[in-house]
Design a protein around this ligand. Sequence first.
Ligand code: G6P
Length: 500
Amino acid sequence: TANPDTATDAYDLVIVSNRLPVDRVVDESGEASWRPSPGGLVAALEPMMRSQDGIWIGWAGVADEEIEPFEAGDINIRPVMLTEQDLQEYYEGFSNDTLWPLYHDVIAQPSYHREWWETYVKVNRRFADAAAEVAAQGAVVWVHDYQLQLVPAMLREVRPDLVIGFFNHIPFPPYGIYSQLPWRRQIIDGLLGADVIGFQRVADAGNFSRAVRRLKGYETRGPIIEVPIDTDDPASGSHRHVTTDRRGGLVRTVLARAFPISIDADQYQDLARRPEIQARAREIRQELGNPQTVMLGVDRLDYTKGIGHRLKAFGELLAEGRLNAEEVTLVQVASPSRERVETYRQLRDEIELTVGRINGDYGSLGHTAVAYLHHGYPREEMVALYLAADVMLVTALRDGMNLVAKEYVATRIDEDGVLVLSEFTGASDELRQALLINPHDIEGLKETILQAVAMPKRDRTRRMRALRRKVLTNDVARWSASFLDALTRSAHGDHPLQNP
Ligand code: G6P
C-alpha cells in the first residue's frame, strides 16, 4: 500500500540504513512481494520503529527499481534506488570487499579500488539527500553501519538543525589496521558529522578515538572528541554544544562510546513457550535420529564466523574417537549471504567440501555427522532449533556483537543448554558465563566442546541462569532507548558519559 504523501511529510525520527527491514523479491512470473531481510541490524531496530512514528530510509535489496514510499507492517518506508553498478561498486565492492574485511581484522584481504570509493561517496550522498528531504526541523536522524559512514557529515552540511546519531554495528579496527585505508581521513570526517557515535564494544570506541587523534590531531577527553569549528563556514553558527578547547579555539563536541546492541528477548521467550514450537524442537531431534547430543551453529555464510575452525575441531574429535557420530550431531545453518562476492563464493566451496569430507568419513546411513543447511529460516524454526540444541557453538574470528548467542540464551526458558562463545565477539564482553574460547586454538576449542558435551545439569543451569539475567535485562529496547537518550541529551548540549 504505497502512500504518496509520505515523501512530503516531515518526520521527527529518521532511520537510515543500507538495507530496509524488508527485501523486495520478484518471482519467475514477475510478481513482486516483500520478505523480512537478513542480518542483526534489522532485528534490532524493527521493534523500536514499530513503537514510534518515524521513517526508515534504505535499499530494497534489488537493483534498478524505483519504488515509491510505502508502509510495511506499521513502518513508514522510503526506498533508495541502487543501480546495478552501485550494487557492484558501493555494496559488493567498497562495503563488502573493502570495509568489511578491513574492519574484521583483515581475516580476508581487502581490495582497494578508487572507482569503488567514488561510487561509495556518490551513494552516501544519495542517502543523505533522502534523509534531508524527509526530516522535520530539528529531527533526530539515526544512521547505521559501515555502508553509510559519510552520511553524518553530508547531512550536517545541508541540515545543521538536525540531531545526528551514527551506530557502527561491526567492529572498528585497531589503528595499525585501519590506517591501511587510502580514504581513512575522509571516513573519520564523515563520522564526526554525528553528535553521538555508537560502537558495540569499549575497545571499538577506543580504536576510533585513537584513529581520530592520529589522523586529525583532535583532542579527546574520555569519550568526548573536540572537533574544531571552521568559523568561515556559514553553518558554524548553528552548532550545538560548542565550547572552547585548551588553546581557546572554538570546538563542537562529539560523543563516541559503546552501546552494546541486543535482541527482543521477550519475543524469543514467548516463541519458546509455544507448545507447537516445543513439539517442533522434539521433532527436530527425532529427525536427526535422536542423538544424545545435538550441537548447533547458526551463521550467515561469512568468513568472519569461523565456521571452518568449528568444523575442523569437530572433525578431529570424530577422527580421534573422542566424539562419535552415532551419538553427536552438529547442525550447521549457514544462511546465504553476499553470494556474488568472490571471497564468499570461495568460502562456500571450502565449507561444503569440508562438510562433505566429514560426512563421508564419519557418517552412516542412519546418522549424518554434520546436518548442513544453506538456507535462511523463519524465527519460529530458529527458536525450535535453539531449543533442540544441547550445545550452541559461536566460534567467530571477529564479530561486532553476534546476536545468535543472545537469541540462544533468550530462548532457553528451561535454563538448560551450553553456550560456547568466541572471545572475539562483542557478546563475550557481557556473556562471561559462557564457555569462552579462542577459535584459533583448535586444541582448546576441542577441549571446550568436550567440556560442554559432558557438563553436569547443575553447572548448565547455573551458567544459563546468569546468562539469561544479562540478556533479559539488557534487551534491544533498552539499547535503542539509551542511544536515543544520549542523542536527545546531546541536542540539549549535554553528553552522558556513562552507560545509563
Ligand atoms: C551485518 C551488518 C548489516 C548487514 C547484515 C546482512 O549484520 O552489520 O549491516 O545488513 O550483516 O548483510 P547484507 O550485506 O546482506 O545486508
